[in-house]
Design a protein around this ligand. Structure first.
Ligand code: ITT
Length: 197
């Protein structure tokens, strides 16, 4: 089975490729198709709505089964911010190094601060729409640690491993992360759908 990963985020693509490979699903990316110019406006009021918007748009453009992801970082003492706006925090063109520094400043004396990563993933093949959710708890710390992963990973500390999400291996992130949990749950639903149950 082949599925198009409906994202331009290279970090997500890297993770989805490994997550799908475990289940013998081949991950396609937009680079496997002739160039298309389109944008998905993330106008949804929730992660799920945005993930659905992405899935429907990529399916409309490429006409192959797709998996999309809308995810974010929620800091408890900031009432869940940056949340659904995590990639647009400050501005979508601002570097993640700057976003991470600004977030640490915003949290101020509440650091280390309890936080969650949340991911909603959606499968759409023109007929069936499936979705699943995953999350992981951690602490936002005041210093950057590690170079793996992407986005907010270097400041997301995992107490159980005494490492940040950017210090653990790709393999471990792909077992415990919000995206890994959501993707595993989604694949179970896809398999059930394909087996006719
Ligand atoms: P697409 O819409 O093309 O998928 P995007 O990066 O804009 O790409 P989102 O709108 O879902 O995707 O934004 C999610 C943001 O949340 C992402 O850019 C990161 O800042 C953050 N994020 C999500 N998962 C993450 C992870 O595993 N590690 C670090 N940061 C993560």
């Amino acid at each position: 089975m082949k599925v198009l990963i409906a994202t331009h985020n290279q970090g997500k693509i890297h993770e989805f490729k490994a997550l799908l490979k475990k289940h013998q699903i081949e991950a396609l990316t937009v680079k496997d198709f002739p160039p298309q110019s389109f944008e998905v406006e993330e106008t949804g009021a929730s992660y799920l709505e945005n993930a659905v918007l992405k899935a429907l748009k990529y399916y409309e453009v490429y006409q192959v089964p797709v998996i999309s992801d809308d995810s974010g970082l929620e800091v408890v003492c900031l009432d869940g911010a940056p949340g659904i706006k995590s990639s647009r925090f400050l501005d979508s063109h601002v570097s993640f190094e700057t976003k991470r520094k600004a977030l640490i400043q915003l949290i101020g004396s509440n650091i280390p601060a309890e936080a969650f990563f949340v991911a909603y993933v959606v499968y759409y093949d023109g007929h069936t729409l499936l979705n699943a959710r995953g999350d992981i708890t951690g602490l936002i710390i005041h210093e950057e640690r590690g170079t793996n992963g992407f986005g907010y990973d270097p400041i997301f500390f995992l107490p159980d491993y005494q490492k940040t999400m950017a210090e653990i291996s790709d393999n471990l992130k792909n077992t415990i992360s919000h995206r890994a949990k959501a993707c595993e749950a989604l694949i179970k639903k896809i398999q059930l759908m394909r087996s006719g149950l």
